[in-house]
Design a protein around this ligand. Structure first.
Ligand code: ATP
Ligand code: MG
Length: 393
């Protein structure tokens, strides 16, 4: 959604909070993206209302972390994170503040945020409150920590990975002091949970300047503190092409070592399934499966993603691109898109042949499917039944 329109529903939240005597502002990525003239994603709101007070004002809320001051307010099925102004006290494990303290000062809330570009607040009239000059950073395309980078990265190691993710996502440069701080403190990345690492890596590999982030990932030795990447090593990582599509990560290397990739990075079942299907498609292409069958077995998104992987990567692409293109073209004109489109079903066949179900039924259905796809048999009830009686006893 572009710009101002994206904030329409959020405005209801600001209005409600303000008419009950509280302050409320948009904050974080949505304000940053708005300032950059980019389309705006998730909208975060910051307020001096306490979590219980937020909950009391809205019909549909979800408590996602009341102790951290965050309540999700749902408006027309869209979730908005509403967070109470807070400051963070000391960090002793490099990843979570020992305690969270609420504050009544917006400026203090902005001070605990990671980068100046993410520490801009905006009111409902689109007026900006920008005490750390995030707007200049956005203009200069620079990632600058709010306050001293050594301290800020030392408090929370995830911020180092976030810096790399924003380099790729926004095509921004990393400020020199922040860069030096990362070099010094990079080993703290080992304390971050792998789930949170993967969350940031996905955004990194979805970005537009993957190369720059990858260079820094290697140059700063950060890869040494990330599961799987540490074993892959510098040279392979340099050569690797990673694609993130549909929020899934696929790494070229997974074709060699997909089991450890999935396990060491603790990928979700959804991610695992996506990777498995991609590998299956790759193998089918390698084994020269007929393009009609390829078109039938896989959805268009997956086929197109594979095309991107192959065209970016000559080592993987062993004359498969033409077949893949053909499959994508055939997708539209297939006689059936799935078994559901069959003019007959298993019951029809059992009744017609007067036979009970069994392994034969699946075999027969598979054969009919093949014939229909290759158009040697029309997808027509009478024609199929006739064929079955003639060919199958
Ligand atoms: P995106 O566009 O991907 O949503 P974002 O900047 O909104 O990027 P989020 O992870 O949604 O990133 O976080 C929302 C805001 O919370 C950030 O903009 C930043 O102000 C703050 N924030 C998030 N993570 C941290 C962190 N580790 N340390 C300090 N502030 C953080
Ligand atoms: Mg966000």
């Amino acid at each position: 959604m572009t710009n101002k329109n994206a904030f329409k529903e959020g405005q209801f939240i600001l209005d409600t909070l303000e008419s009950n005597g509280f302050e409320a502002y948009y904050v974080g990525g949505s304000v940053r993206d708005y300032c950059m003239g980019k389309s705006v994603g998730d909208i975060d709101i910051t307020t001096n209302a306490l979590p219980k007070q937020i909950e009391a004002l809205f019909k549909h809320t979800i408590d996602v972390g009341i102790e951290h001051g965050t309540i999700v307010v749902v408006i027309n099925k869209t979730p908005y994170e509403v967070t109470t102004y807070r400051t963070e006290t000391t960090y002793s494990d490099f990843r979570r503040p020992d305690s969270v303290e609420f504050t009544t000062s917006l400026k203090e809330d902005l001070a605990r945020r990671d980068f100046t570009m993410n520490a801009i607040a905006m009111d409902k009239h689109f007026k900006l409150y920008d005490p750390y000059d995030g707007q200049s950073a956005i203009e200069d395309k620079e990632i600058i920590t709010v306050g001293n980078p050594d301290e800020r990265f030392n408090e929370d190691a995830l911020r180092m990975l976030r810096a790399l993710r924003f380099m790729s996502q926004l095509q921004f440069d990393l400020n020199e002091d922040s860069y030096n701080a990362i070099k010094k403190l990079v080993s703290n990345v080992q304390h971050i949970s792998v789930e949170r690492i993967v969350q940031e890596l996905k955004k990194l590999y979805k970005g537009i300047n993957i190369e720059a982030s990858k260079r820094l990932l290697i140059e700063s030795d950060m890869y040494k503190y990330i599961p799987f990447f540490n074993r892959v090593g510098k040279d392979d990582l340099k050569k690797s092409v990673v694609h993130t599509l549909n929020n899934e990560i696929i790494i070229q290397l997974l074709f060699n070592d997909s089991v450890s990739f999935k396990n060491e990075l603790k990928l979700s079942n959804e991610d695992k399934k996506y990777i498995n299907t991609s590998i299956q498609l790759y193998d089918d292409l390698k084994n020269k499966l007929e393009t009609v069958i390829v078109a039938y077995k896989y959805d268009t998104m997956l086929l197109k993603n594979m095309l991107k992987i192959l065209s970016d990567n000559s080592a993987l692409n062993i004359n498969m691109e033409d077949d893949l293109l053909e499959a994508i073209q055939k997708k539209e004109s297939l006689t059936i898109q799935s078994k559901k489109d069959f003019a007959v079903n298993g019951n029809d066949l059992m009744n017609s042949l007067n036979k009970r179900g069994g392994p034969w039924l699946k075999e027969l259905l598979d054969e009919i499917e093949r014939q229909i796809l290759f158009e040697t048999l029309p997808n027509d009830f009478d024609a199929i039944i006739e064929w079955v009686h003639n060919e199958y006893h």
